[in-house]
Structure formats: C-alpha cells, structure tokens
Design a protein around this ligand. Structure first.
Ligand code: AHM
Ligand code: MG
Length: 335
C-alpha cells in the first residue's frame, strides 16, 4: 500500500525534522486548513445550502458581496480567533483589521486572507478558492495595529490557497518549496499529492482578460500581440489562452503545467495601480510561484519587494513561467 501523508503529518515533520516551522505556526496552518474544509462543504452544497446569490452589503472595495464571501470570512475568523496563535487578521471583506478579542490569548502571527476569491464564479459553479498569507508581528511591538501588517511579501512565513474545483486542493509554502494536498472527503483530511512543485521556465499559454485590451498600456499590448502572432510572429511559436477569472484557478493551472498570468494596470481606472490586491492576493501567490521556480512582478519590480502603504493596496500582476514574466517585465522597463 502506498504511504499516505496527511497535512498534519507533513506539518509535524516540517516542524520536527526540518525545524522549518514553530509549533504555533503549525497550529495556525492546521486551523486554516480546517476552515477551508468547512468552506469547501458550503461551496459544494450550493443551492441546497441556500448559500448562493448576492448579499445586501458592499465590501470595502465597493464590490457587492456574495453570501459565500460573508460565510467564508466568518468561518475563517471563528476558526482562528481562539487558538492563541494569532494577534490579528485582515481580510478582503473587512475594512479594518480584526484584533483577536482579549478574552483569548494573543499570539505572534498575523493572518491575511481573501476568503472567497473568484466571487463572480460562485453562482455559475466554476472553481473558486481561499487565499491566505501569514506574517509575524514585528519584534518589540506593544499592541497590534494596521501598521504591523504593512510588511513586504518577502517577510511572509507561510502562504497558500485552497481551490474548490473538481477536487478541493490546498497548496502551501512555508519557504521550503510548494506542496499540494488533495481533500479526501471520506476521511475528511488533506493528503499530500504533490511535493516540490516546479513550473517550467517556458510556456505557450497565457492568461489575461482580453476584453480589456483597448485599455492596456503599450508593453502589455506588445507582449500579448506577439503571443497572438504565433508561429509567424516574432516569438516563432503558437500560444494558447486560458482565463478562468478566478486567480486561484489560473494560478493552480500555472503551478500544474506552466503558463503566464497577467492582470495589469489599465486605463479604466488610471488612479488604481491594478485590480488585484497586494497583501492577500499578489503576495501569497507571488511567493508560491517563486517557490516553484517561477517569477512575479508588477511589470517593474518583484512583487515580494513592494513595501505596502495600506492594507487594501492594489497592484499590477505578472506571474508564472520565469522566462515569460521576465520578457513581459523587460517590455515595461526597457532593460
Ligand atoms: P475577487 O477577489 O473579488 O473575486 O476578485 C479577484 C478576481 C481574481 O480571482 C480574478 O483573476 C479577477 O478578479 C478576474 O477579474 P475580471 O472579472 O476583471 O476578469
Ligand atoms: Mg480575490
């Protein structure tokens, strides 16, 4: 019989054998995984659970919330607030930070999440997911506040996502490569199904929302035009295109078989640096991609080196197969 390694065992071994993660971080990651299991159940029930459709509220981004956005946010908060491993949480769905109530012990970690990424796909039964990022409280800090969260992505101590698709898969890095765990519904546990995930440096597949083409900046137009020109063009090869409109699903495909994903700044809202959020979308995904041998930039600099100025900061994103990301970035910087 082949040996099955559960997420719990993987984390214990990371802690014990490799000394990569302290016990509190292991506990935190197990709790996040448990919350993802609950969200996965709610997602699977769909109409039977009465969880589809829009809520009556808007989030801090000015977007109408879906019922599942709110449910997923609550599940993550309730699961994580009492364990003693966290000081505070921040979410796409909440304007300010959520400080662990003082009836519970406070830990040294900060958790950020997009509870339900790909909201436009919820009601149409297409893959969606949860993205998370873990930071440590700065040393000698007396009380937690929003400023403590404003750390560049290279300071993350763990990051991952859970994709709710044909399978529910949790993808994780603690800085030692990328591992994937598939949810075994009968056993109720995540089982290690891929380790040391590597993205091929070259690809013939790109992901971008083409309907925004007329709003793009020149370097993005040039990059995509050259892909579209195929064999006869300057790239000398044909490209395929995929766009799920759930970042988790697009990134999962790239981690599985390579590709490049772009959500660039565009002229629709010129004052915003991009659509996606730095702290709980681009940073965790950027780190996973780098840990798998890929690259992630905002067109000019490495995503993980950006110093955030605010919690809900937006950013341009180019990530995936290294040589393609470097090419698209070169088109921006002219280097
Ligand atoms: P969300 O967090 O509100 O779901 O928005 C983020 C999503 C990403 O998952 C996806 O890549 C992008 O928005 C799709 O945007 P668009 O609908 O403009 O193609
Ligand atoms: Mg999102």
């Amino acid at each position: 019989m082949t040996k099955r390694i559960s997420l719990t065992r993987y984390l214990v071994e990371q802690q014990r054998v490799d000394g990569h993660i302290p016990a509190q971080l292991r506990l935190l990651l197990e709790v996040v995984a448990r919350a993802c299991k609950s969200i996965s159940q709610a997602v699977n029930k769909g109409d039977l659970g009465g969880v589809l459709g829009v809520a009556t509220t808007e989030n801090v981004q000015g977007e109408m919330q879906k019922q599942l956005d709110i449910i997923a946010n609550e599940v993550l908060i309730e699961a994580n607030e009492w364990g003693g491993h966290l000081a505070a949480m921040a979410s796409e769905e909440m304007e300010g930070i959520y400080v662990v109530p003082n009836r519970y012990p406070q830990g040294e970690y900060l958790l950020l999440f997009d509870p339900l990424d790909g909201s436009s796909n919820i009601d149409v039964n297409v893959s969606i997911g949860t993205i998370f990022s873990v930071l440590k409280m700065p040393e000698d800090d007396r009380g937690v506040d929003e400023g403590d969260f404003l750390q560049p992505g290279h300071r993350q101590v763990a990051a991952g996502y859970c994709v709710y698709g044909p399978q529910t898969t949790l993808v994780l890095t603690v800085g030692d490569g990328v591992a994937m765990f598939t949810l075994d519904r009968e056993q109720g546990s995540f089982v290690l199904t891929r380790e040391n995930v590597q993205i091929p440096p070259d690809t013939q597949e790109f992901a971008i929302n083409m309907s925004n083409m007329r709003h793009w900046d020149e370097p993005v137009k040039r990059y995509v035009d050259e892909c579209l020109a195929g064999k006869e063009g300057p790239r000398g090869k044909d490209f395929n295109m995929r766009w799920v409109a759930s970042m988790v699903a697009d990134v999962h495909r790239i981690l599985t078989r390579g590709g490049v994903f772009l959500y660039p700044w565009d002229k629709r809202e010129p004052d915003k640096p991009g659509k996606l959020r730095l702290m709980y979308e681009a940073n965790p995904m950027g780190w996973l991609i780098e840990q798998a041998g890929g690259a992630a930039t905002n067109g000019r600099e490495r995503i993980l080196d950006i110093q955030p100025a605010k919690l809900h900061e937006r950013v341009s994103v180019i990530l995936g197969s290294k040589n393609e990301v470097e090419r698209a970035t070169r088109y921006h910087t002219g280097l």
